[in-house]
Unconditional design. Sequence first.
Length: 461
Amino acid sequence: MVPRETTLALLIWGVVFVFPGNAYRRRRGRWVSVMGTARVIFDKWDGRYSTAMSEVRSSAVRDLFAAASRPDVISLSGGMPDVRRVPHDAVQRAVREAMQHDGASALQYGSSTGRVQLRSTIVGLMAETGVRLSEDDIIVTAGAQQGLDLLAKVFLDPGDVVICEGPTYVGALQAFSAYRPRIECIEMDEHGMRMDLMEETLRRVGPRGAKFIYTIPNFQNPAGVTLTGERRRRLLELAHEYDIPVVEDDPYGRLRYEGGHILPLKALDADVIYLGTFSKIFAPGLRLGWMAAPRPILAKTLLAKQAADLCGSSFAQSVAEHYMTGTTWRRVLADLTRTYHERRDAMLDALTEYFPADVTWTHPEGGFFVWVTLPGYVDTRPLLAEAVERGVTFVPGSDFFPAGRGANSLRLAFCYEEPAKIAEGVRRIAEVLDDTLGLYRAFAAAGAFPQSACVGRGVDR
Ligand SMILES: Cc1ncc(COP(=O)(O)O)c(C=O)c1O
């Protein structure tokens, strides 16, 4: 219902913008809130932008950044690592050493592949997970996100097919969609991407029919599930058979809370394009990640990178080199892992305690996220505004699909808040769900929704 105290309302493209701050769209005969705050931007340059940019959607994760950063709001939306636990004195020491030892070179333009010292650190990190590389197999990027953008630039023409998990990482959808591909999503279960569906899709698109397969095998963002060793092998067999490169995005691999290490795809096949990052093992503020790939692909990617930024930040790379020397970073990472483990447990316990019986969720063995699936007739987007009003944020599931799917799901992040706040946040979302599901159930019982809409889809456990 559009509130009566509204002082001014504008109807634009079927959306009522009311002041102060909300927006409502007519859905199934009633006005539903579509956002907690409305910003109307009249853009006199509209019509000049490229067609490519019209495909790029903003994500609720970024839109919610301001709301989620308010101290009175419990943020279960963003995948923000808890950098408050990274000791400032360790970082200050690394900065001091960077200036003492690297001085001018840390302040200068550097090689576009990245500093060899940092690439050597990365070789060591990768070896610990079972991947054998040399410095020349790696380029340093501005986070894994730049790797995704560069790969899209290097590989994609409009209409090309990309195969990925459904749901998948919002930032990958943003990076890819600017190049206007057709994105095919493979459904997951608790063991990761379903290989029967992958095979079906590959058969449909044919040999070389897709430009690449994009996967987040460990503690997937947003689903929280992990691709089993057996499925990793099957995926590589299929990729070989159909001659399609695999992109492995692995920001969370070192954040495991239970179960044993599973070899990365890159350890099983040297042709895999691997994206790594310092964001979750050190800090995202440095904007440092890497790509390990066959050398011809690296050469093409370097050309794209030079056009994007000439070279990465020498200063940030030098600081990371010094931070990653010695053992402090390992102690910090062990502390972070323990902390996230506790928070994951707090979230799973709270979900069991507060969430309605007809809602299911995944059980992540690591990483940051739990994926929640509601009955098929629920749309979580309008629920977000209600949750924000109650002082908690989540991300609606439809953000994680190219279009038109995932409406009855949502993502919860347990990485940032303390256990007590996580429990309280889950309780508040449960209140929103209880109110809404009660109404939906009454409609469903009266036959107001088609039967097919009542079947839940997604990643259930
Ligand atoms: C799956 C996935 N890939 C890539 C990234 C981007 O990470 P970075 O900070 O290294 O750019 C993220 C960040 O959350 C992520 O979850």
